[in-house]
Design a protein around this ligand. Sequence first.
Ligand code: UD1
Length: 345
Amino acid sequence: MKKKKILVTGGTGYIGSHTIVELIEAGYDVVCADNCINSDESSLQGIHELTGVKIPFYRVDLCDREHSECIFTDHPDLSGIIHFAALKAVGESVEKPVLYFRNNLNSLLNMLEMCLKYNISSFIFSSSCTVYGDTETCPVDEQTPLKEAASPYGRTKQMGEEMICDCLANSKTQSILLRYFNPAGAHASGLLGESPMNAPQNLVPAITEAAIGKRQELTVFGTDYPTRDGSCVRDYIHVSDLARAHVLALNYLLSGKQAEAVDIYNLGIGQGLSVLEIIQAFEQVTGVKLPYRMGDRRPGDVVAIYSDYSKASKNLKWKPNFGVEDIMRTAWTWEQNRSMKTKSY
Ligand code: UD1
């Protein structure tokens, strides 16, 4: 039987590269597109080493509609798109809102247009728990009303979800919106992980960078939040669990199990941990003492959020296999491997 072919946008990035490995292992053909402004093409090498497959790669800015269309004329047999490509730093989005709206929304609109034009049956979108805003209820499920987004990044995800609902309402394309909580950790092989071009803004890579000495120390953003220890609470999900969920969502769509044009799933592990608890977990798992200091709140951060993922469990038959210790162990191995390759500091 001919393999189904899937376009993964943002495929050289952190979650994209892990998902490509899972897709290939599940028997899909994959085409990858990325502009590599915040990722490293070398992840394609990691994918090759893990799967033995060299995937077609397009270095393209998806905001450039004409240029992006080449992918679809070259591959008229695409069954689905998994759309990761986007900017994702909450703090940066507060400083550069125009950049975030332009990049995240134009690229999405172009991909939706291609779905319609080339009759692509399935579209999976990287959404985020950020769409719930500064929620008062925890855990949140997919019915929890959305509050005002706390950052322009969050608003691009809220608007992105609405664009998908409107654009695909009367079409042959069905979609799943996956609301990720906080993806972290790296591939168990040590061959894939997060390689941002700029200094990472997310907590776990910031921790591993401070531990290895790439940055002087970690700053804990805010110590006066109304939480059990004053720092923010989040739901950290291992990137491999997240990647596997994309394959299950795709299988679900392609096997015709979804009645709705668009449906939504939370992906987290259903447990909230504070920044200080994450630091403690890192120190316990690795035995490394982390240099950190207490700092001010970061604009755009919400107090606390964690998931109810029972819908993904019920429909997609997904459950997380990894916990915070696995996240810390794999993230630390990845940081050490990466630093050995680029030991210039
Ligand atoms: C946000 C989104 C999340 C999205 C992610 C993409 C929310 C609630 N969540 O995650 O869905 O996947 O952006 O980037 O909007 N922190 C420090 N020091 C640091 C870095 C972070 O204390 O150096 C703290 C933050 O204040 C936050 C926690 O660690 O409380 C996690 O931060 P981060 O990893 O950046 O992710 P979110 O902003 O929660």
